[in-house]
Design a protein around this ligand. Structure first.
Ligand code: BT5
Length: 279
């Protein structure tokens, strides 16, 4: 039992711990999400953090939760009849493989780093997966466990070994070829693409259609004035209310949904911090 695998891994990072060090807990008493939100981490889940020392620019760090979420989705699907989707920037959502199943959050990823302006000293990526743990009543509308989706308990050690192997492979691929080489795979699993969403950034909230993921990993939103905005950090909720899209003239026909390979006219919010970085 630990307060948080994240805290322990960061201490090890400061003491010169090696790349690839994994801190795993049966249970966390102070598991955390982004912005210090509480992360429920009871017995039976998979709660771990990995210490990495990638030779990348600090601006690329937000791409790591994206690539690791692909590895989590693949490893979870390997356990049985479940389907996974990726919710930008750091969630994996899961549903039993049957018609009309509802997707809910099964995994959250948190990245924290120590960096200089052009160098990452270390990066600690925390992964929390609801495997056989009970979901507390307050979270049941939004969270699901693998046990619940499969209808039986899952083997956590098999899942962990499989996941670590996939993470290593994805990480090597990313270091060699960059995020863009994994972008199509991410888009293929994206929960948000084509959906109406509400974006909450540090200083503003707006609605739009999630159109694609940019080559740098930011989420591209077509807002109601038809402007394409790149979201670097923020919370995204799927909105159920209809979104009035102001058309370009009378003939505009794009309400989103397609993949925009070469987005022009992208607006970046000023002074937006990188996602998942400690504040
Ligand atoms: C995350 O944050 O999703 C990142 C979670 C990272 C947890 C891992 S576990 C190992 C390592 N050690 C740690 O201390 N942390 C990492 P965020 O996107 O901010 O989502 C947090 C929100 O998810 C909360 O505010 C709740 O609404 C919801 N939540 C809390 N516990 C959950 C759970 N077990 N399953 C699904 N949703 C949960």
């Amino acid at each position: 039992q630990l307060d948080s695998t994240q805290t322990r891994a960061k201490t090890l990072a400061g003491l010169g711990g090696k790349e690839g060090t994994v801190v795993l807990a049966e249970k966390q008493t102070s598991g955390r999400g982004r912005l210090n939100r509480e992360w429920h981490s009871a017995d039976g889940g998979l709660w771990f953090s990995i210490l990495l020392r990638p030779a990348i620019q600090p601006s690329q760090v937000p791409q790591l939760p994206l690539i690791f979420s692909i590895a989590v989705a693949d490893a979870l699907e390997k356990t049985g009849a479940v389907t996974c989707k990726l919710k930008w920037p750091n969630d994996v959502w899961l549903a039993p493989k049957k018609p009309k199943s509802k997707f809910k959050k099964v995994c959250g990823i948190l990245s924290e780093m120590s960096a200089e302006s052009d160098k990452v000293n270390w990066l600690v990526t925390g992964i929390g997966i609801n495997v056989n743990n009970k979901i507390p009543p307050a979270l049941r509308k939004q969270a699901i466990s693998l046990h619940e989706a499969l209808g039986h308990k899952a083997n956590r050690s098999e899942l962990l070994v499989n996941l670590l192997e996939r993470m290593e492979k994805t990480y090597e691929d990313f270091l060699k070829n960059g995020f863009n080489s994994l972008r199509k795979t991410y888009l293929h699993r994206s929960l948000l693409t084509g959906k109406r969403v509400t974006v909450t950034e540090l200083t503003r909230t707006y609605t739009g259609i999630a159109e694609s993921i940019a080559p740098d990993g930011s989420l591209l939103i077509r807002d109601k004035t038809h402007k394409l905005r790149a979201v670097l950090a923020g919370d995204i909720t799927l909105s159920s209310s209809p979104l009035p899209v102001r058309r370009r003239g009378e003939t505009g026909d794009d309400q989103g949904g397609g993949e925009n390979q070469n987005p022009s006219n992208i607006s970046h919010p000023p002074n937006t911090p990188a996602p998942n970085t400690p504040r």
